[in-house]
Design a protein around this ligand. Structure first.
Ligand SMILES: C[S@@+](CC[C@H](N)C(=O)[O-])C[C@H]1O[C@@H](n2cnc3c(N)ncnc32)[C@H](O)[C@@H]1O
Length: 220
């Protein structure tokens, strides 16, 4: 996977993305936003926001920033913003999630929906999500990971050489992802039809800028 191949793939997908991947993966988006349990005034960053299918799900009282590497996907998100009157959407920006322009500790919650298996370097993605999230804040992911079902898993392995053309890695392993990123995941649960995807909820386990240990975290 490389960034140019990803841009090309999502330029092709942009027009019909919602038809192909909208309704079928919406339960996962909904589950994540519910689980985020956003509070009034919170600043939320969604990386790889795409066409903005999740945006109408956020409560009015938060401030949401969405970034994506694909201008063509964001064009569709702008159309949705106008159509749905999303007043809580602070900005939609073309930006690489592996190299964000935001300052450290800028957001209360950072979320990536169906993005981890797409980016060239998932470890770098998580490092950046941690950096821009406040210490003790929360990081959420939803993604399809390599299936443990022998048949489906076998098909995914066969498709793996086509990752560049598909625009995602079909054989992306959850265990390897968690191991490589050191994500402090305390809630991992299946979502979507046939439990096709997995939601990962993690505490931002970085040190605060002042080196003060992050406050204890009590999951609800
Ligand atoms: C499978 S789509 C998911 C879109 C949306 N989150 C959703 O729920 O449908 C993956 C998105 O990640 C974006 N993306 C891939 N690599 C990226 C990167 N390095 N930085 C920002 N966005 C990226 C793609 O352009 C695409 O819009």
């Amino acid at each position: 996977m490389d960034i140019r191949a990803i841009e090309r793939a999502y330029r092709r997908y942009a027009r019909f993305y919602d038809v192909c991947f909208g309704a079928v993966f919406q339960p996962g988006r909904r589950a994540v936003v519910e689980r985020m349990d956003c509070g009034p005034g919170e600043r939320i960053l969604e990386v790889g926001v795409g066409t903005g299918l999740s945006l109408p799900l956020y409560p009015q009282y938060v401030s949401v920033v969405g970034i994506d590497i694909s201008r063509h996907m964001l064009d569709q998100a702008h159309v949705r913003q106008a159509r749905c009157g999303l007043d809580n959407l602070a900005a939609l920006m073309v930006m690489d999630a592996e190299n964000m322009a935001f300052e450290d500790d800028s957001f209360d919650k950072v979320v990536a929906m169906y993005v981890a298996s797409v980016v060239p370097n998932p470890e770098r993605l998580v490092d950046e999500m941690r950096r821009v999230c406040k210490p003790g804040g929360q990081i959420f992911m939803v993604n399809h990971f390599h299936s443990r079902n022998p048949l489906l898993g076998g098909v995914e392995r066969l498709l793996a050489p086509l990752s560049k053309q598909l625009g995602f890695r079909p054989d992306f392993s959850l265990d390897r992802f968690l191991g490589a990123t050191g994500l402090d995941a305390w809630n991992i649960c299946p979502v979507n039809l046939f439990d096709f995807s997995t939601m990962v909820e993690a505490r931002n386990n970085k040190q605060s800028a002042a080196g003060i240990p992050v406050p204890a975290f009590a999951p609800s």
